[in-house]
Design a protein around this ligand. Structure first.
Ligand SMILES: [Cu+2]
Length: 347
């Protein structure tokens, strides 16, 4: 008995010494603040500072994620994107300083058909370099948008052209891959939808793409929100808007509704639909065989993931789609807000 007791004490001492933190420096602050972290790690400074852009103008558009027009040159669909900073209104009277594609959050939706030749001309009007990554699209390596690996960053004032064949069909997105922790958080993302070449048997009447993300706004200053002390988000947006500024999706009773949910922030969001269960018909752009389609009413969307869900609007009324991490349904800690969206089913 004594032996066991001694052994336990020794083990405990060993465990405690192993767990003890390395000796802190004399002036270390136990709770890091943006200021103290910048001093300790100057390379982290960029992510801790407010986003400041000289003479940044209010956005001229108020809705993000709208289909982008293109022209056809020698059989190639040519899209034009300009990266630029704007003041983006996420909620009545609440403006963030956003980095955008063509002045909206999300940027414009690129919509093509499987097999299309796609050319995207990107002009960088940001004060920082950038690149675009075509998340989930099967592009040639040189078009993958990873700075320092597959291309040089697109410097301010420069233009870069991406070209690839659109494949496979599904729900994808494009986003910055340069200082992604900052640039993606403050708006450099947009939907990229590749339609199937074959006509779908059971086409939904309503087909909406919803991009979910987070913001940090303190004293009128925008910061890139992150899962890190002192940088946690206090605003949450669906397609660049916080409830009650989120879109109201109106559908008719009996309609088949498809929602393409895209996680583009740095947090997980278990999205819950009231009233009507849904089926998961595609994950990360790839169709789920019918026999494997789960029926659920809550689905967690992790960063980078896409889920296409479908349901038949069987009941009239106003049905809420919202995140079930309930703090995410607040605006600057005030409920209701954030990740809530109304689906209105009418006769
Ligand atoms: Cu959430």
């Amino acid at each position: 008995m004594k032996k066991i007791f001694l052994f336990t004490l020794t083990s405990l001492a060993l465990i405690l010494s192993a767990c003890a933190p390395t000796t802190p420096s004399k002036n270390a602050d136990p709770t890091p603040t943006p200021g103290s972290m910048m001093m300790e790690n100057p390379e982290a400074a960029h992510m801790m500072e407010p986003i400041t852009v000289p003479n940044v103008q209010p956005a001229t558009e108020s809705t993000g994620g709208q289909p982008l027009e293109y022209r056809v040159e020698d059989g190639v669909k040519v899209f034009e994107l300009t990266t630029k900073a704007v003041q983006w209104e996420i909620l009545d009277g609440v403006f963030v300083t956003a980095y955008t594609y063509n002045g909206t959050v999300p940027g414009p939706m690129i919509r093509v058909t499987e097999g299309d030749q796609v050319r995207v001309v990107v002009k960088n009007e940001l004060p920082d370099p950038t690149t675009i990554h075509w998340h989930g699209v099967e592009v040639p390596n040189a078009m993958d948008g990873v700075p320092g690996v597959t291309q040089d960053p697109i410097q301010p004032g420069e233009t870069f052209t991406y070209e690839f064949t659109a494949k496979p069909a599904g729900t994808f997105m494009y986003h910055s891959h340069y200082e992604g922790d900052v640039q993606v958080g403050i708006g450099l993302y947009a939907p990229f939808i590749i339609h199937s070449k074959e006509s779908e048997a059971n086409l939904p009447v309503v087909d909406k793409t919803l991009m979910i993300s987070e913001w940090r706004m303190v004293d009128g200053e925008t910061y890139a929100a992150m899962p890190m002390g002192a940088m946690e988000p206090n605003y949450f947006t669906i397609n660049g808007k916080s409830f009650p500024a989120t879109e109201i999706i109106t559908v008719k009773k009996g309609d088949l509704v498809r929602l393409r949910l895209i996680g583009i922030g740095q947090f997980i969001h278990p999205m819950h639909l009231h009233g009507m269960p849904f089926k998961i018909v595609a994950t990360d752009g790839h169709p789920v065989p019918e026999a494997a389609q789960l029926t659920k009413d809550t689905i967690s969307i992790a960063p980078g993931e896409r889920y296409d869900i479908e349901f038949v609007a069987t009941e009239t009324g106003q049905w809420m789609l919202h995140c079930h991490i309930l703090h995410h349904t607040t605006n600057d800690n005030v409920e209701p807000g954030g990740l809530m969206l109304m689906i209105e089913v009418v006769e």
